[in-house]
Ligand binder design. Structure first.
Ligand code: PMP
Length: 301
């Protein structure tokens, strides 16, 4: 925190801090060799995540008082100080320092907490076969002309919270947003992909989505490595119902299959064969098993 290693319970700020004006990133480090074991860690897709943090900062009037390289070194120190040798999550958070101008602030706090998580990926995955029932939210996704979803700010997640709580009240596992035009947008914390007749379809950045690092990478590797056509285009609600397979992708969600939308069962098989294939390939990439993607792994050393 602000250049020092501090135990979480001592990383304190005043209750008057405008944390709600902050931005953040969600990044993961995975174990080399097998994402369900322990050992050496590599941070996946550090560069695109940190580039997005800088874009989120620019949009939100934040000047990050460190270089990208300093944040990388701080992240590595945070992981090492925790002594992690299993997969861990990294969440750089930056917000205006109280008393320095709030919306026009001149000084900023920078904290890089790291903590362990359980992956959905890899063999003998206990979560992958669980049913996941989603509902189309009655709340629309925030739009770019009011609160840009492309920047990763805490404020955006108030919109996600409305949809998550509505879905829970209605007895669903989660929500899917439409954008203000009525096209499929994204989940509350992940991007959405549909598989139909061997093609993968995902909404464009203009459908009020976060510019997801995972989505961008999936678009590339699904086409290049798995030889499946990928269409980035607007998708209607009815097309989503008529999918053979639906899954979420994101740093947190990894690959999360969807079994039904609005109680309409998706496809014949759950999780579908394409979803399984993508998840398997992604877990190999994260474990450093695919040479051409070594450049996306930042070693924790
Ligand atoms: N959309 C939203 C709203 C999210 O919170 C996330 C998670 N950061 C994503 C999409 C996926 O983005 P990424 O692949 O960069 O993690």
């Amino acid at each position: 925190m602000n250049g020092k290693i501090i135990p979480t319970e001592d990383a304190l700020v005043s209750a008057m801090e405008p944390i709600y004006l902050g931005i953040f990133e969600g990044i993961k480090a995975y174990v080399e060799g097998n994402v369900r074991s322990s050992g050496k860690l590599n941070i996946f897709a550090w560069k695109p995540h940190i580039d997005r943090l800088w874009r989120s900062a620019a949009v939100n009037g934040i000047t990050i008082p460190y270089t990208k390289e300093e944040l990388l070194q701080g992240t590595i120190q945070s992981i090492k100080a925790n002594g992690f040798s299993t997969n861990c999550y990294i969440q750089p958070r930056i917000w205006p320092k109280a008393g320095t101008g709030r919306y026009l602030a001149s000084e900023f706090h920078v904290v890089i907490p790291t903590w362990k998580f359980d992956t959905f990926l890899g063999e003998e995955n206990p979560h992958f076969d669980d049913e996941r029932r989603y509902v189309i939210s009655s709340w629309r996704r925030i739009s770019s002309d009011a609160l840009p979803p492309q920047a990763k700010s805490w404020a955006n997640y108030a919109n996600s919270g409305l949809a998550i709580r509505e879905a829970a009240r209605l007895g669903y596992d989660g929500a899917i947003f439409l954008d203000r035009r009525g096209f499929v947008s994204e989940g509350t914390g992940a991007c959405i992909m549909s598989v139909r007749a061997g093609k993968v379809i995902t909404p464009p950045v203009t459908a009020s989505i976060l510019e997801s690092v995972t989505r961008g990478f999936f678009i590339k590797f699904i086409a290049e490595d798995l030889d499946l056509p990928v269409e980035v285009r607007d998708m209607t609600r009815v097309e989503l119902y008529a999918s053979d397979e639906v899954f979420f992708c994101g740093t947190g969600a990894e690959v999360t299959p969807v079994s039904s939308v609005d109680n309409m069962k998706i496809g014949e098989e759950y999780p579908g064969p394409v979803t399984r294939k993508i998840a398997e390939h992604y877990s190999q990439i994260l474990a450093g098993g695919i040479g051409k993607y070594q450049y996306m792994l930042e070693p924790v050393e």
